[in-house]
Design a protein around this ligand. Structure first.
Ligand SMILES: NC(=O)C1=CN([C@@H]2O[C@H](COP(=O)(O)OP(=O)(O)OC[C@H]3O[C@@H](n4cnc5c(N)ncnc54)[C@H](OP(=O)(O)O)[C@@H]3O)[C@@H](O)[C@H]2O)C=CC1
Ligand SMILES: [Fe+3]
Length: 493
């Protein structure tokens, strides 16, 4: 943390008192690390200026129209921040943030190219693709090529102005830094830590393209899992509408809750199975390769990397399924789950009649609901620990135990919840349709619920095969570093 220092003011009236004006020359260049300049006076510039000022930095904002900008109007903290011309701001500090729209960055600085020499220019921009120069993959590289005497660093672009202004110890605190000059990057990293964020060196300036691209994708790593969810959901919905409402003549009034609830549940379990199937497929690939030191094919690599998103989406869908179930849990919708109890009621002619009512759950209902609750609890623990904010507080052993072992238990519990739901129907074998099939004949189960359980059951089977000896021993050996095609020379070496 930088020591609080004497603050320069420009003589605004604050709390009715004219502030002291500095007699120091504001245009004198300095290597003082507590001076920072920001070019721009917009949302980002104001948020960063506020944070820097709160931490005792002497901040100057460079504007095209310094006389028309009064930052104190936005926030009292900004009363300590002077607005000057761009050139004056460039002279104020060695560390200069470029909080300008990407297309305006180079044009704004070009008239003052000489003043950028030896300065650390921090590009925070998030350009649209159309704003990028044809020959450049990032705005930061364009700035670096335009001002070769400056040290250009890419940083802070993955943080919102809101987070910079309002973060008091929670939320996204990581600031990625990319640049070619280590001393310049180190300066930016030091300042980042001093104002309460966690700097992470992302690589050289060429990695700016990745940092900028991150901000162009609305959902980032969630895009493919979200599309997959939508596709799976649509497929199950189309199948159930066709089977229940179009072919089966089911009531359309039951579509929004009853049918939709089953579809949401089926999508949740499919996503969960896809999440754990990736590890099983990776195991098979490692057995085929005979080593763990070979890169997975691209599709499997991407699949493995989206497991967290698949799991969290599955958890969200499972929670929705649970709420929908509770919303219409009644003998009308789940007749097979309730005992028939006869209760006496006074008839119209004054005589008592025994009326059959259903209000107590049979074991079928109890076990399906109970197992569903267990599965949802486990899934919540696995889903929550997959979030970096939670997982980073755990040891690797704890994290692996929950993600891998408890994760698989969750899949088994979820599958058991579904099997318990459909098993009584199999046991009845046709009786639910009002007829008994001849011995040996099995009523084919064509429900979506039945089809949705096949992938989870296959995933569990695959994981069991890969875990049990001798295949389990073989995989453990590979994962411990053993290689099938290791030559004797390699071993000796
Ligand atoms: N807002 C955010 O949450 C984040 C923004 N960023 C990046 O920070 C940069 C600034 O964003 P933000 O502060 O939101 O933008 P604003 O539009 O709010 O502010 C941009 C500032 O740049 C100055 N400027 C100089 N030349 C021009 C020009 N030709 N057109 C418009 N403005 C110009 C203006 O100051 P003046 O008029 O005083 O000269 C203006 O206030 C952008 O590159 C953005 O991608 C990055 C992460 C988060
Ligand atoms: Fe269910």
């Amino acid at each position: 943390m930088v020591e609080p220092m004497e603050i320069y003011r420009i003589g605004e009236i604050k709390n009715g008192v004219k502030e002291r004006q500095t007699n120091k020359d504001p245009v004198t260049s300095t290597s003082d690390g507590s001076r920072v300049s920001i070019i721009g006076t917009g949302n980002f510039a104001r948020a960063l200026a506020k944070r820097l000022a709160r931490n005792g930095y002497s901040v100057v904002c460079g504007s095209r129209y310094p006389n028309r900008r009064n930052l104190a109007l936005y926030d009292d903290t900004l009363a300590d921040v002077r607005v000057t011309s761009v050139e004056t701001a460039l002279h104020h500090a060695d560390l200069v943030f470029l909080a300008l729209p990407a297309p305006a960055t180079v044009n704004t600085l070009t008239p003052f190219t000489e003043s950028t020499a030896e300065k650390v220019l921090v590009d925070v921009s998030n350009p649209e693709k159309k704003d990028l120069q044809k020959t450049m993959s990032s705005n930061a590289e364009f700035v670096a090529s335009s001002f070769p005497k400056a040290y250009v660093v890419k940083a802070f672009n993955t943080m919102s102005a809101y987070a910079i202004e309002n973060d008091y110890g929670s939320g996204v605190r990581t600031v990625y830094v990319a640049g070619d000059d280590e001393a310049a990057c180190s300066k930016v990293r030091d300042l980042t830590s001093a104002i309460g964020f966690i700097p992470v060196q992302f690589g050289r300036l060429s990695k700016s393209a990745e940092l900028e691209a991150m901000q162009r994708e609305l959902f980032g790593s969630w895009t493919v899992p979200l599309i997959l969810s939508a596709v799976v959901f649509t497929a199950w919905l189309a199948y159930d509408i066709w089977r229940i409402h179009i072919i089966g003549g089911g009531q359309w009034a039951r579509l929004p809750l009853s049918t939709m609830n089953k579809v949401v549940g089926a999508t949740a379990i499919t996503q969960l199975a896809l999440c754990f199937l990736a590890g099983g497929v990776a195991g098979i690939v490692q057995i085929i390769n005979g080593t763990k030191h070979k890169r997975f094919p691209g599709w499997l690599d991407r699949w493995m990397k989206m497991r967290k998103e698949l799991g969290v989406l599955s958890l969200c869908l499972a929670a929705v399924h649970c709420i929908m179930c509770l919303a219409h849990l009644s003998p009308e919708y789940y007749p097979g789950w309730y005992h028939v109890t006869r209760v006496p009621l006074m008839g119209a002619n004054g005589t008592m009649v025994m009326v059959p009512v259903k209000y107590e759950h049979k074991w079928e209902g109890q076990s399906v609901i109970g197992m569903g609750v267990v599965a949802l609890c486990f899934m919540s623990v696995v889903g929550l620990t997959s979030l970096p904010e939670v997982g980073s507080h755990m040891t690797f052993l704890q994290w692996r135990f929950i993600q891998s072992y408890l994760g698989h238990v969750t899949l088994v519990a979820t599958a058991a919840h579904v099997v318990l739901k459909i098993a009584p129907k199999w046991a009845n074998n046709g009786r639910h349709l009002g007829h008994k099939l001849p011995p040996g004949m099995v009523e084919p189960d064509t429900t979506m619920t039945f089809f949705s359980i096949l992938l989870p059951l296959f995933t569990i089977f695959l994981r069991l095969v890969l875990a049990l000896p001798p295949i389990g021993w073989y995989i453990d050996k590979i994962r411990a570093g053993w290689e099938r095609n290791q030559s004797k020379d390699d071993v000796q070496a």
